[in-house]
Design a protein around this ligand. Structure first.
Ligand SMILES: C[C@H](Cc1ccc(C(C)(C)C)cc1)[C@H](NN)c1nnnn1Cc1ccc2c(c1)OCO2
Length: 331
């Protein structure tokens, strides 16, 4: 079995949303596929009105295939301190013509203001590893873990694009979606994340390759690229107008600064992925400004490196849960 679904970026590629069908008859919601968490939760009719702001709601009472998991609950807090919580239903879920008939759907009763404010986002599909699922008393499997036994191959792939729709595929690798070879690196899933080690980085085409191992996670649910302070300093040191601006909470530079170099990160056996300098001028800090907030920021607040969308949209990535490895390819 296999599946394929288009993902569409919101403005500034802040997140990528995909249509998902839940229940019978199908209720379609736009969800954020997040490889950095492992809860499948949705805005629902259980929410207080004050927490809803245009989102599409999952109504378990309108689904003939929904069964309430009595006595089960969930509560998740994300690294940016946003949170959500609620009840759990078993129901059928289809993503890109791939159906899981008994998916644990976490229906929100409460969401923090950050989720309320994002009217396009109807919830998250966590595709990290199930060991960090928050459902109590017994944690639940992710959509991919439920689908995996029926798939042609135990993999899903992410093809995110800059300012354009991309695609998530389940159960197969589309050899037309990338160029060159796929370089596989081992994953340590003990923390529930797609954790891997990059052998190093290079700033621009003339810079030397820095053999400094970078431990981090591949996270489709994080917008930016959060790297060690030293790497940020090496990169922004090469941009004439760049500075760390405490009032903005990060590095900023002039959006059209022609000295902005590309950023390369190593994956393994000599392969490097090139992030175009243009991807690193993330967004104007305010409409009248000529300065941009950097797409690369320090990971000091997180404690580990996060290869978020800024990096992922420069590559074709294979999330191989069967062999616990990540595949990286240029495209
Ligand atoms: C932030 C997203 C999860 C999310 C996505 C979207 C949203 C909104 C819709 C409301 C915009 C909120 C939350 C990320 N997903 N793996 C995540 N989930 N847990 N940690 N991270 C990454 C991290 C991001 C920012 C940090 C951080 C750690 O530590 C300190 O600052």
């Amino acid at each position: 079995d296999r599946g394929s679904v288009q993902n569409s970026p919101k403005s500034y590629d802040v997140e990528y949303l995909m249509p998902v069908s839940l229940g019978t008859p199908a209720q379609q919601l736009n969800l954020d596929l997040d490889t950095g968490s492992s809860d499948f939760w949705v805005f629902s009719t259980l929410l207080k009105e004050s927490m809803i702001n245009g989102q599409t709601l999952y109504d378990p009472n309108a689904s003939t295939t929904a069964d309430k998991m009595e006595g089960y609950s969930w509560k998740i807090t994300y690294g940016d301190q946003s949170y959500s919580s609620g009840d759990v239903y078993v129901d059928t879920v289809t993503i890109g013509d791939l159906t899981v008939s008994t998916q644990a759907v976490e229906a929100a009763r409460e969401v923090s203001e950050e989720f309320t404010a994002d009217s396009d986002n109807d919830g998250l599909v966590g595709l990290g590893f199930g060991i960090i699922n928050t459902v109590m008393p017994y944690k639940q499997k992710t959509f991919f873990e439920k689908a995996m036994p029926g798939l042609d191959s135990p993999v899903f792939t992410a093809d995110l694009k800059s300012g354009a729709p991309g695609r998530y595929n389940f159960g197969y690798i589309d050899d037309g979606a990338y160029t060159g070879n796929i370089t596989y690196v081992p994953v340590n899933s003990s923390d529930g994340f797609w954790s891997w080690v990059s052998p190093g980085f290079q700033v621009g085409t003339t810079g030397s390759f820095n053999n400094t191992r970078i431990h981090g996670i591949a996270d489709t649910g994080t917008t930016l690229l959060l790297l060690p302070e030293g790497v940020c300093e090496a990169f922004y040191g090469r941009i004439a107008s760049a500075k760390y601006d405490a009032s903005q909470g990060g590095y900023t530079f002039e959006c059209n600064d022609s000295t902005t170099p590309d950023f390369y990160f190593g994956t393994g056996n000599g392969q490097m992925i090139r992030i175009p300098g243009s991807y690193l001028a993330y967004s104007k800090i305010d409409t009248s400004s000529l300065r941009c907030f950097g797409g690369m920021q320090s990971d000091s607040g997180v404690g580990f490196t996060i290869w978020g969308d800024i990096a992922l949209k420069a590559a074709f990535i294979v999330f191989d849960q069967g062999s616990e490895r990540l595949g990286w390819a240029e495209k």
